[in-house]
Ligand binder design. Sequence first.
Ligand code: ATP
Length: 412
Amino acid sequence: MAHYLSPFFLDVKKPLTAELAERCPAGRGGFAKHANSLESWATRRRPACVRFFGVDSQHSSKRIAVIPGDGIGQEVIPQALNVIRATGAAVEFTEFDWGADRYLRDGTTVPPDGFAMLARDFDAIFAGAFGDPRVKTNIHAKEILLGMRFQMDLYANVRPVRLLDSALCPLKNVEPKDVDFVVIRENTEGVYGDLGGVFKKGTPDEIATQEDINTRKGVERIIRYAFEYCHRHTKQDGSPRRSVLMCDKSNAMTHAGGLWQRAFKEVAVEFPKITTQHMYVDALCMQVVRDPRQFDVVVTNNMFGDIITDLAAALQGGLGMAASGNIHPGRTSMFEPVHGSAPPIAGKNLANPFGAILTAAMMLAHLGLTSESEKIEAVVLEAVRQKKGTQDIGGTLGTREAGQWVTERVCL
Ligand code: ATP
């Protein structure tokens, strides 16, 4: 376990220039090169520098567990951490090496008591991505990621779908105001519990079953979460959110669908000012592409939420732009970009860090650090507009350079 914060404490006895050169989160090379010219600036701006390095954290600091994980998670998470530090947010980072490398080294996926420790000792968890071609079973990813979701009961997967700039959307004549909805995905049940089995494996009579778990408690609480989210949140332009749409496939999956339908109608009664809608998942996929303006808050099960949000990410500029939170109100929650570990582009400085950076903003907002969160979002928006991003969103920068561009402007 390495502590992120401690290396960034400023040593007050050292010349500030040396501190800047050695410890600048925007890249040692970046500030070291300009260290001399920075000396007088830094001396005058010492309080701001202290803020820059995120070292003014006192007892009220939010404690964040960082798990970069595998593949591009290891590239995008450090960029997002630099951006958080640059806001001066009162946070402390503690990094964990859970992921494929650790699993291949000593067989550990999650250390004993790992989830209890996260829940006990941290205010939030910031995770990258899990999955590595060297681990064919993907067991570590399952135990770490699904373990956090299931064992910490992070039942609401909140995935905002927001278009920052028209140029990022593959649809014609669609502006940022037209794509501003949120998908609330049930995160602890459905087909992801891996219940089922295989009978007569490898024979022509083989039977495979995959159970779809839907509990009254699980369905009702995610639907209520969606209504409460709608009630409490506004759209980007400040206008109120007004409608909750429940998405299922109740015409074919009648038993589970019936429970979702009944729970939706019952919970809706508690929120008379919120409009309700319903769509089958196939129709919803078509409508998301045909006219995304009609969506506000969408609530759905684990699998449909997974699929819909990959589709919806395409409206935002791709997987590299999408943020998410795994939330249980009142408990330690976990924040991760929507994308996975993307092995084909890992280690090449190609991954878009903005999904992770926007996820960091989402986490800070959740922790009550609203102005820091808004600052980050504003700078990412500016980066997208100025094409200071990676190739997947029409830019020319690498992962590190795009992250650094945002870090330096957040600091201003
Ligand atoms: P998982 O199932 O683990 O969520 P996935 O199958 O959805 O993963 P990803 O690993 O997210 O797949 O990536 C699929 C492809 O999307 C990548 O190979 C890459 O081309 C693209 N991609 C994903 N994330 C990014 C990113 N941050 N920047 C650029 N491209 C990305």
